[in-house]
Design a protein around this ligand. Structure first.
Ligand code: 4AD
Ligand code: MG
Length: 435
């Protein structure tokens, strides 16, 4: 069997019934042996398929296949037929079998604790569930690139080693840097603000690090953020870009990943609703009014919205909701106070429904060196480290804005996951850095 003759299971089913003889290769996903038959469910990157070896028809193969264990790697040739009893509706009658490796007993069996699955993440990546998620993640990442490139944004890269913070000192990872130290990037943003004076509208997707000292189902210490920054744009404009981006991402997943969504048992009609819906934009003050008046929640002005409050708000609207004008006091130094009411900042979060909470954070950017210096000092930061950043306000300053999408947050939501850890191949959290 020449390598070029092998096709994927999905391709074989596509060619059927015009063709019926196929060469497939992959791994034993399940196996069941009796006196007369050996059933193997073969898996490859595309799908699974039931294969059968009959003792009376191919006694030599029947002997050879006795050794096969879960995850053994094999190459087979056989005749495809429809069979409604088989897991995916097709069965391959095996006529040739080459065993590539007999796998050791696989450490993952049917019912396993989440911890064991994480410890064996390098093996669990093969599961149908994680494979479906990874394929959806692939679509989402591609969609983000396509979205921005179609709109004339340039891809622009920022350093991962950074000399100072952008999102607060509490979640910085400090790393040795020769005789000195640096921090791992918390955001691409500050460097992007330099980039827009060259390229106008830019975007990026890159690894992002936060020393989050809480283990929740929504926090990773290493995650991917997809950010955009645009010269001349103001808050209301980037909010519309963000809404369009999310709708585009979801429509791409619906178009390209139906099978994967089915494997994850994700209700596609719910996702379709998000593609067509209008997403409301409300001010923080209005959000408090809803929470306190309709849901008796008692959130005082000036407090950030917590998980429970975000969940309630999103449930109230049942589609992604954008909340703007959070209290300036609790916002990052670069989020400008609004002119009408300096207590409120020109910023926004997008909150996803179904309990997935904040998926996007963004803002217009402050143009006042004085205001930013004061706020940095208040946070205990040395403003002199930000002189290069203040230069951007000194040489042709223009209004500009940007936001960041949490890629794993979006993957989790679209896939309907219980935990963000499954949205990335090898999750990193406060209590997990292996394998
Ligand atoms: O809201 P954040 O902190 O915003 C920024 O970093 C801005 N500088 C972005 C910008 O304006 N360019 O983070 C943006 C998004 C959040 O809304 C969330 O979706 C995600 O990044 N995120 C995390 N995702 C997983 N684990 C974490 N620990 C995350 N922290 C933030
Ligand atoms: Mg945020």
């Amino acid at each position: 069997m020449k390598d070029s003759k092998y096709i994927t299971i999905e391709e074989a089913i596509r060619r059927f019934p015009e063709e019926t003889q196929f060469n497939l290769r992959g791994w034993v996903y399940r196996e069941r042996k009796s006196n007369k038959f050996i059933f193997i469910v073969l898996r490859d990157e595309s799908d699974i398929i039931q294969c059968v070896i009959k003792k009376n028809k191919t006694p030599k193969l029947f002997e050879k296949a006795q050794d096969l264990t879960i995850e053994s790697s094999i190459k087979i040739r056989g005749e495809l037929r429809e069979d409604s009893r088989a897991p995916t509706g097709y069965e391959l009658g095996v006529t040739e079998l080459k065993v590539v490796q007999i796998a050791d007993p696989f450490p993952i069996t049917e019912y396993q604790s989440i911890e064991l699955l994480l410890e064996n993440r390098h093996l669990w990546l093969r599961s149908r569930k994680i494979k479906a998620i990874l394929k959806i993640r692939h679509t989402i990442v591609g969609a983000i690139h396509e979205f921005f490139r179609n709109r004339g944004y340039f891809e622009f890269d920022a350093p991962i080693f950074q000399p100072s913070m952008s999102e607060g000192g509490a979640t910085l990872f400090k790393v040795d840097y020769f005789e000195d130290f640096v921090y791992l990037s918390q955001s691409w943003q500050l460097y992007a603000e330099a980039g827009i004076f060259s390229l106008g509208k830019i975007y990026n997707m890159g690894p992002t690090f936060r020393a989050e000292k809480s283990s929740t189902s929504r926090h990773l210490s290493e995650f991917w953020m997809a950010e955009m920054e645009a010269a001349w744009m103001e808050l209301d404009e980037i909010i519309e870009v963000a809404k369009d981006e999310i709708r585009f991402i979801i429509s791409e997943v619906i178009n390209k990943n139906k099978k994967d969504l089915e494997i994850l048992e994700r209700d596609i009609s719910i996702l379709e609703k998000y593609v067509n819906a209008k997403y409301p934009t409300i001010k923080y003050a209005k959000a408090l009014e809803i929470l306190n008046n309709t849901y008796d929640m008692n959130v005082p002005w000036g407090k950030d919205l917590r998980t429970n409050e975000e969940k309630t708000l999103a449930e109230h609207f049942n589609v992604p909701v954008v909340v703007t004008h959070y209290p300036t006091e609790i916002m990052g130094f670069y989020k400008p106070p609004s002119e009408e009411n300096p207590e409120e900042a020109l910023c926004f979060d997008m909150i996803a429904p179904e309990g997935y909470c904040e998926i996007i954070g963004g803002s217009q950017r402050s143009l006042s060196i004085k205001n930013m210096k004061q706020r940095l000092e208040k946070e205990g930061e040395d403003p002199s480290k930000y002189e290069w950043y203040f230069d951007l306000r000194r040489y042709g300053s223009v209004p500009h804005s940007g936001y960041g999408v949490g890629v794993e947050r979006v993957v989790s939501w679209i896939c309907g996951l219980d935990n963000i850890k499954d949205a990335i191949p090898f999750p990193r959290t406060m209590d997990r850095k292996e394998p």
